[in-house]
Design a protein around this ligand. Structure first.
Ligand code: FES
Ligand code: FES
Length: 160
């Protein structure tokens, strides 16, 4: 089957590759563009480890067709840090011991980032809802929730 070109911004840089019509974004990122931030878990929309932002909204990249990303901005965990400076959410995850094996962390961070972009002062319930589609088998969720709430607090203080 003939491959189709697809171009989109990936973490602020223009990228282009060729895909089959049915290729999903996760495979395209990991195999076609050497972007290994999003992880492959279930491959069927149940675990959230492949979560990326597309034009600022969280999406499961295993369920997103690569061709549907034409002209859009895809953001992964790899683009969160500003050079050597970690994103406040990354720092908060470290400070709160919110990652153990870390496999779910990229997806958690992207879901949390989308939440804080649209709601800088989330409640605990808001956080729980935002990460409801992200499965972590290690931490029991409490450190993750604490980290996201801490990052929101830090952000509020910086803006004050
Ligand atoms: S790999 Fe995409 S939801 Fe599990
Ligand atoms: S830290 Fe291991 S699955 Fe979340």
């Amino acid at each position: 089957m003939a491959k189709s070109p697809v171009q989109f911004r990936l973490n602020g840089s223009d990228r282009a590759t060729f895909v089959d019509p049915g290729d999903n974004l996760l495979t395209t990122l990991r195999r076609g563009l050497n972007e290994f931030g999003p992880k492959y878990g279930c491959g069927q929309g149940a675990c959230g480890v492949c979560t990326v932002l597309i034009d600022g909204e969280p999406h499961l990249s295993c369920l997103t067709l690569a061709v549907a990303c034409e002209g859009r901005h895809v953001e992964t965990v790899s683009g969160m840090a500003d050079g050597p400076n970690l994103h406040p959410l990354q720092t908060a995850f470290m400070d709160n011991f919110a990652a153990q094996c870390g496999f779910c962390t990229p997806g958690m961070l992207m879901a949390a980032r989308a939440l804080l972009e649209r709601n800088p002062n989330p409640t605990r319930e808001d956080v729980i809802e935002a990460i409801a589609g992200n499965i972590c088998r290690c931490t029991g969720y409490e450190p993750i929730i604490a980290a996201i709430l801490a990052a929101a607090g830090n952000r509020s203080q910086r803006q004050a």
